[in-house]
Each structure stands twice: as structure tokens, then as C-alpha cells.
Design a protein around this ligand. Structure first.
Ligand SMILES: Cc1cc2nc3c(=O)[nH]c(=O)nc-3n(C[C@H](O)[C@H](O)[C@H](O)COP(=O)(O)O)c2cc1C
Length: 340
């Protein structure tokens, strides 16, 4: 019987437990150069000291105008690699594994003078109207993802997550609400995401897993549901996605996005449905910061890995406390034993 503290292996990624820190933007690149700094180092390394099995670095963007804000991380330049390597090495030295989320915000790039998107449809009445990418530019964007993934591999990450959720660029392409194109990337809504997965896999060692984060349903009126997301996820699986990280929403107003997310485990049924329909490993996320509940999600085989986001912002040692509460093997570092 598996539990939150069982080991897990997918391809070459071997995890000591099932607890994952999901990507969470820190908006802390004060120099606006996309380079990780001391804040990022301490933020990620402290969760490794805190016993987390797998850490996913926040949304890291493939070009400057792909950032939500100018304070986001980037991987559009080789100069951005060494600071990430330093984080990777330190996280490894504390026994955790680490991936990175590669992304483009598309029409949700708030600081871009002119954001780009599949079609010229703004996020809401307060947002800039994006410019629709030309077909050639879409192909160029796939190459930008490829180069960012190449740099992430150079930095030493153990896995790559592609951000296909929360209303950002890849989600904008596969959602009929935001993709009104009449070229090949509009006739086939998953073509852009598939090409990114294929380009990423071509840069990754064959035994390194690729994780695809999706919004398994939209919350705005007329948005897609689980049936449609099962279909597009099949296309992404065929393109090479090894694991699905199942989130939801983000395509519309925060008010609408927040609607379902008030109770514990609200996205777990979506993760379970993707897992069952596709027979793929899945990561569940969303208000799973009660260890008993997180443990149940693994024990009931609803997901293979559990992510704890805001819970880890509150407590970098969430995993140590969960192990104690669940009466698992003592994983507390000896320096901190007096505190437990
Ligand atoms: C401060 C903050 C920043 C976030 N940034 C990202 C991000 O960079 N990429 C992403 O896919 N999700 C992001 N999320 C969503 C989280 O990964 C997670 O899915 C969400 O917080 C729900 O999990 P939780 O209830 O455990 O916090 C962010 C959430 C928070 C609170």
C-alpha cells in the first residue's frame, strides 16, 4: 500500500517521498533580468531542508514578454543558467529532486507593451488587447521553448514541467475561447502544445520525465470541461508528456477562478479522471495541506504525487511535520530534532 512517504520512480526521477512543492511565482527578480537571486536560492533550498521530495521552480519564461511581470524568472539567455545551477546543486545536496516550469504568459503578460496571443482577444476589460502571433511567429515560439528547455537541462534539473494551464499561452492555444485562428494552429488546437512537448523532449535526456500542467476544466461560461481536457491530454501524452499535473481554471477573471477552490482537495477528482482515462501518472494539487488528506489521496490511488503550495509558503517544514503527524519514519534533520 502506497502512502505519502513511499518512494516514487518515473523514468530516471527517483523521489524519496510523494510530497511536491508546486511552481509558485515569487515576483522577486528585482533587477528584472530574469536571473534567480538570493531570495530564490533560500526559498527553494529551505523546502529541500524541509523534507520535500520534489520541488518545481516557479513559472520561468521563454522570452521577456512571456513574463507575467518583469519580476519573473526567465531562461531566454545563457546568463540565466548559473544561478539556477546553484539552486539545483544545493537542493540535491539536501536530498530533494528539482524540476522547473517553462512557460509563456501570452495575453496575461501584464508588463509587456504589446502582449501576444493566438488571437487578439483581451483577458478582460482591464487588460491590453494582445496581438495575434503570425504563423511564423508561432513556429518561432516553439523554438524559444526548445532553447529554454535546453538551458534548463544544462542547469541540471531532474525534470521539465511545461505550463499548459491557468490561461497562459499554451492554454490559450488549446482553448476554443481564446484560439480563433484560421491557420494550422487554429484548425488543430493542440498543435502548438504538441510541438512544444516534442521540441522539449528532443532536448531532454531520454530518461528524464516531462510533466504537463493543464487546467482540466475552465470556469468561464462556455469553457471546456473534463471530457475535452481528456481529449487534448491524450494528444499531449502521444506527443511525449510522461506525467500530468492537474490544475484548473485561470482563463477568466480571478473571481470566476476562485469559485470552486474553497474546499479541500477540490481538484483531486479531475486528477483522478485524467489518471483513469489516460493511464498516466498524475500530480494532484489544490488545498491538500492537511497531511491526513494528502496521505489519503495517495493511499486511495487518486494521484501518484501530491503538491502542497500555499501550505509550504506558510511552513517550509511542512513535510517534516507531516511525517511526524502520520507517524512515518523520522526524517527530521538532526540539527532540528529538538524542535520536533
Ligand atoms: C503565490 C503563488 C504563485 C503561483 N505561481 C504559479 C506558477 O508560477 N505556476 C503555476 O502553474 N501555478 C502557480 N500557482 C498555483 C500553485 O502552483 C497551486 O496550483 C495552487 O496554489 C493551488 O495549490 P495550494 O492550494 O496547495 O496552494 C501559484 C500559487 C501561488 C499561491
Amino acid at each position: 500500500m502506497q502512502n505519502l512517504f513511499s518512494t516514487y520512480k518515473i523514468k530516471n526521477l527517483e523521489l524519496k517521498n510523494r510530497v511536491v512543492m508546486p511552481p509558485m511565482c515569487q515576483y522577486s527578480v528585482e533587477k528584472k533580468d530574469g536571473i534567480a537571486n538570493d531570495w530564490h536560492y533560500l526559498h527553494y533550498v529551505s523546502r529541500a531542508v524541509g523534507g520535500t521530495g520534489f520541488i518545481i521552480v516557479e513559472m520561468t519564461d521563454v522570452e521577456p514578454d512571456g513574463r507575467i511581470t518583469d519580476y519573473d524568472l526567465g531562461l531566454w539567455s545563457d546568463e540565466q543558467v548559473p544561478a539556477l545551477t546553484k539552486i539545483v546543486e544545493a537542493v540535491h545536496s539536501h536530498g530533494a529532486k528539482i524540476g522547473i516550469q517553462i512557460a509563456h504568459a501570452g495575453r496575461k503578460a501584464e508588463d509587456a507593451a504589446e502582449p501576444v496571443a493566438p488571437s487578439a482577444i483581451p483577458f478582460d476589460e482591464n487588460s491590453k488587447t494582445p496581438r495575434a502571433l503570425t504563423t511564423e511567429e508561432v513556429k518561432g515560439m516553439v523554438e524559444k521553448f526548445r532553447l529554454a528547455v535546453r538551458r534548463a537541462v544544462q542547469a541540471g534539473f531532474d525534470a521539465i514541467e511545461i505550463h499548459g494551464a491557468h490561461g497562459y499561452l499554451i492554454h490559450q492555444f488549446h482553448s476554443p475561447l481564446t484560439n480563433k485562428r484560421d491557420d494550422e494552429y487554429g484548425q488543430d488546437l493542440t498543435k502548438f502544445g504538441r510541438e512544444i512537448i516534442e521540441a522539449a523532449k528532443a532536448e531532454m535526456p531520454a530518461d528524464m520525465p516531462l510533466i504537463m500542467r493543464i487546467s482540466a476544466r475552465e470556469y468561464v461560461e462556455g469553457g471546456y470541461g473534463i471530457e475535452e481536457s481528456i481529449e487534448f491530454s491524450k494528444a499531449y501524452k502521444d506527443a511525449g508528456a510522461d506525467v500530468f499535473d492537474v490544475s484548473s481554471g485561470g482563463e477568466g477573471q480571478i473571481a470566476a477562478w476562485g469559485r470552486p477552490g474553497t474546499h479541500a482537495a477540490y481538484q483531486v477528482p479531475l486528477a483522478r479522471q485524467i489518471k483513469e482515462a489516460l493511464q498516466v501518472p498524475v500530480m494532484a494539487v489544490g488545498r491538500l495541506d492537511d497531511p491526513i488528506l494528502a496521505n489519503a489521496v495517495i493511499g486511495n490511488e487518486e494521484a501518484d504525487l501530491v503538491q502542497v503550495g500555499r501550505g509550504m509558503l506558510r511552513n517550509p517544514y511542512w513535510t517534516l511535520e507531516a511525517a511526524k503527524q502520520l507517524r512515518k519514519e523520522n526524517i527530521v534533520p538532526k540539527q532540528y530534532e529538538a524542535g520536533f
